[in-house]
Design a protein around this ligand. Sequence first.
Ligand code: GLC
Length: 624
Amino acid sequence: MTTRTTTSAAALSPLHRPGPDAEWWRTAVIYQVYPRSFADADGDGTGDLPGITARLPHLAALGVDAIWLSPFYRSPQADAGYDVADYRDVDPLFGTLDDADHLVREAHALGLRVIIDLVPNHTSDQHAWFRAALDAGPGSPERARYLFREGLGEHGEEPPNNWSSIFGGNAWTRVRDRADAPGSTWADDGQWYLHLFDSAQPDLNWDNPEVHAEFESVLRFWLDRGVDGFRVDVAHGLVKAAGLPDWSGHVRMVDGETEPADGDGAGGAADDAPSDGPAGTGAAADPTAAADPTAADDPAPGANRGPMFDQEGVHDIYRRWHEVLAEYDGDRALVAEAWVDPLSRLARYVRPDEMHQAFNFAFLVTPWDAARLRACVAESYAAYDAVGAPTTWVLSNHDVVRHASRLGLAETGKGPNGIGAEDTQPDAALGLRRARAASTLMLALPGSAYLYQGEELGLPEHTALDDDLRQDPAWPRTGFTEKGRDGCRVPLPWSADEPAYGFSPTGRSWLPQPADWAPYAVDAQTGVAGSTLELYREALRLRAELGLGASAVRWAEGWAESPDVVAFVSSAADRADVLVVTAVGDTTVTLPEGHEVLLASGPLEARDGGTVLPADTTVWLRRG
Ligand code: GLC
């Protein structure tokens, strides 16, 4: 039973009011396409651009405003395309440049904007610049495009500093230790190069003007071809602290949470840092805490301040890129992938003359807990409103366990880096129920929302992949302790009764799909009342019709401090208020009378003449 709680007046003041600006990206729902796993047209088992183009009508019918494509550039695929060998060409695995142009045209014809992924922190080790750098040797201008250094120790046999790779292991590789060194002109070369990720992803030197010029040219190359924006990979990593000082912290992907440092470096989490990111800053978020988001030195514990991340210099780069995009028509946009906390610090990336959006990973990592969810929502609006940028919302992407599985784990929150067959398995039914509730809550919030392909099907993580099939470099680099991200990257099911569920015409699939995925297929859910696909379609239709993306929002009276209910009122101009109520956890809610049910993430119950919202369910209501 629900206990009604008192609500203070302060809690009911508006959390957010829309500003006067109406660029498309302020309210857009943006769908992430992971090209290798979306749809395969040529039958080789890997998704491709023609496959995506052929399936665009699914996305138009879903009701999203834009797509973001993960990398499709020429790449040896050491990190699934986040290792780019040529930023101006399409990898033959995915098609041709003509296919990319065709995709953009077709998307635009359907009213969908197209954002592409830009990877400026590092290139592939097969990029022409890196090959030239290896060949040209120490001290050359070619090496000055990357971060080559002499080693420490008498013979330079120790890496230049103590940084570790985000994928595990050392962040430095010695040139002579590369597998391709024997027989090369650099076989005896003792220098080391930095790679924050895999050794096949050397970090660029953003102190070099040539690097700046090259990426401005790459931006223009794709802007000229009509793309609507860029998702900027590891946007907080490009500039490193001068001298590359030692730092013993270890950064985890996506949330920017740092494990406690040894205390010998230039940053790291304080010992009292919240254990799971900014949402942990307390249930009663103080909206004024983010009042000065432009403060350069934010002492908040948990802030990610290692010498390789979130350095002041990155902002100059985005100011320049902002100018480049502004030369083009159509409100082109930049979105930051930056694991920076707290949110007030992340908001510095979206000040008026920098990027346009930043992924709100604080929301993704927030545990399924009413007070924590409210704190994150309040903190998000406070931080982004202070700089005039839209808040974004996201629950899944290609780097984390899918939220339909994450929310079925005993500990919700960021979740592990992959789940294997021998690990404790998520509760699939509970996870899906919560995922539907979480997504229905998210899609009612003003701002811009990101969806990850397959979440509209309620797709779970593949949690029983054969270890031999894993491709994420994190799996070997962590000494086979972290399963990695393959489980969220399994090809989509389109047709319940076809081989590979219709992913490819030949039935091939680069990762095997679980045997019980037929009910998740698009054709098995289309037109089926209560299916996850129809829930998302209806949510997106109503979100547009009711103007929820651009509404004002306040906590709902009676529930603003509830331990198990998140409830808010969304007020869009010239429309009736919408009351959104989520029962979080083991509780039920008797819904107020006199309201029309617009949407519910699961069946409601009739009881004693009233309507009851079951546990882990979200409802949208309008006063009748
Ligand atoms: C980003 C991408 C991730 C990739 C990493 C290195 O975090 O989302 O998939 O592995 O950057 O490029």
